[in-house]
Design a protein around this ligand. Structure first.
Ligand code: HEM
Length: 506
């Protein structure tokens, strides 16, 4: 054993010297070529993990701290992956407007990829022809103004249903967060699938699904540590949820195909009341030229609505109510506006919302302070680009800290203060043109469902505060409401929002 060991060492030694020389020369060459490039400032990094340890449990906050030290464009290293962090309105404008096409792709991340049939959905699919087509199908057939309008009865019924449930609580404590979550799930279910699926099993599946989308997979950043994802059970759970969701969506598709046959048999084919699955199946049937709408693509598109549309919407309403409870002056002013416009009618309907300028300002203020997707959805550069004087290589992951931008003191007076008045008498909007306020992102990958989301938010909020006085339960009254947060896919309240609702009209 030992002789052969010596023999191996003696033969390996010159090879070792040669390899070392080659490596040192290569390092030197690449470092000289790097210095000719002007990289954005970077914090000091550790071997192997780079800056991963600096992300913490609330990455939007840790990244804001890095920005304060290094400036609005910071290049960090997450394992092997270079990540550009943008935290000012100017930087966001450069990325989402000036160089929008270069930053319009998404990085491939293992968890969303497994859950969405290999990123066949809209939100996670790479920039290209496939993404263009699925996005335009969703925009045209589900999210256009006409379509959003056609689902008005669904939103109103579900919102009024929630108001009734609260009414039946007879002044006892209700978990408002849970009710708001059911509200958005039910609306998306009815619009996308034609009916609600409220069973414990489906709710549990949705919770696990959104939890996974917000989970961190180390294998995405340090490939050889992928075993950690296997060992922790993350990979197995992702596959399990993907399979259970697939079985559920298969049964929904079957239900629709059979229902369609019955309608056809009656000769009663009727456009009104069509849900998204009906529309996609029709398009698939008519699609003789190309096969963009394969079965997996239909299922992935539906999944996207749950991933992108439920938690984001309900968490925004939950934070708004939390802030209103903390700010009785704002609550009173809002209730007065709604009451004056409602003229004693039993419920607020969507026609009333347009006139409620203070309500709109309250919601904007919440989206500024509690940006539901604080880091938007990561982008990836597809070619080398010069950004604000810095060289950014192709394949760099890009994080836009919309949460920090919304609290940037150079753009917002008293940025930490909840003050809806700042949105009165000015034109700042969330439609992606004012880069200091981008809760829905901007540019070609910006959220395509702004109108859909806002109307759900406004209707729920208006009815909740019109019908009830909302207060903390007796045992916590007088204490500050807990506003601590927890970050997963979205920015959530850490503790449930428990309230007591006292009806106004008794
Ligand atoms: C308050 C509620 C919502 C917020 C704050 C929100 C925010 C966002 C953000 C920040 C993005 C990424 C934008 C970017 O990369 O620039 C996004 C993308 C997306 N959102 Fe929303 N969203 C909301 C509700 C919804 C709803 C209700 C739906 C669907 C019914 C939806 C569907 C989508 C889709 C499909 C994408 C992916 C777009 C793409 O990659 O091309 N969102 N959303």
């Amino acid at each position: 054993m030992f002789p052969s060991f010596h023999l191996t060492l003696s033969t390996l030694f010159p090879a070792f010297i040669l390899i070392s020389l080659f490596f040192i020369t290569f390092k030197w060459l690449s470092s000289t070529s790097n210095t000719s490039k002007n990289r954005p400032p970077s914090p000091r990094k550790l071997p192997i993990i780079g800056n991963l340890h600096q992300l913490g449990l609330n990455p939007h906050r840790s990244l804001q701290t890095l920005t304060k030290k290094h400036g609005p464009l910071v290049l960090i290293q997450l394992g092997n992956v270079p990540v550009l962090v943008a935290s000012s309105a100017e930087a966001a404008c450069e990325i989402l407007k000036t160089h929008d096409a270069i930053f319009a792709s998404r990085p491939k991340l293992s968890i969303p990829d497994t859950l969405t049939y290999g990123s066949m959905d809209i939100a996670f699919s790479p920039y290209g022809e496939y993404w263009r087509q699925v996005r335009s199908i969703a925009v045209l057939h589900l999210l256009s103004s006409k379509r959003v309008q056609s689902f008005r009865h669904v939103r109103e019924q579900e919102t009024f249903g929630m108001i009734d449930i609260i009414g039946n609580s007879c002044g006892s404590v209700v978990d408002l967060g849970e009710l708001l979550n059911s509200l958005t799930n039910n609306i998306i279910c009815r619009v996308a699938l034609g009916r609600t699926y409220e069973g414990v099993k489906f709710n549990d599946l949705l919770v696990r699904f959104t939890y996974l989308l917000g989970s961190f997979s180390i294998g995405n950043y340090i490939l050889w540590l992928s075993w950690v994802d296997r060992l922790s059970g993350l990979r197995a759970e992702t596959k399990k949820v993907a399979q259970e969701f697939d079985e559920f969506l298969e049964s929904v598709l079957e239900e629709h195909v059979n229902k369609k046959r019955m309608v056809d048999d009656d000769g009663n084919g009727n456009d009104k009341g069509q849900d998204l699955v009906d529309i996609l199946l029709d398009l698939q049937r008519d699609d003789t030229t190309n096969s963009i709408l394969r079965r997996d693509a239909i299922k992935a598109a539906i999944m996207d609505l749950f991933a992108a549309g439920t938690d984001t919407t309900s968490t925004a309403i939950e934070w708004t109510i939390s802030e209103l409870i903390r700010h009785p002056r704002v609550m009173k002013k809002l209730q007065k506006e709604i009451k004056d416009i409602a003229h004693g009618k039993p419920m607020i309907t969507e026609d009333d919302l347009e006139k409620m300028t203070y309500l709109q300002a309250v919601l904007k203020e919440t989206l500024r302070l509690y940006t539901p997707l604080p880091l938007l959805i990561s982008r990836e550069s597809t070619q080398h680009v010069n950004l604000m004087g810095y060289d950014i290589s192709a394949g760099t992951q890009v994080i836009i800290n919309a949460w920090a931008i919304g609290r940037d003191p150079s753009r917002w007076e008293e940025p930490e203060k909840f003050s809806p008045e700042r949105f009165l008498n000015n034109s700042i909007d969330y439609k992606g043109l004012d880069f200091e306020f981008i809760p829905f992102g901007a540019g070609r990958r910006g959220c395509p469902a702004i109108q859909f989301a806002i109307v759900i938010n406004e209707l729920a909020l208006a009815n909740l505060v019109y019908k009830y006085d909302l207060a903390l339960p007796k045992e916590v009254r007088g204490e500050e409401i807990d506003m601590s947060e927890i970050t997963g896919l979205t920015l959530h309240r850490k503790s449930p929002l428990l309230v007591v609702a006292t009806p106004h009209f008794e």
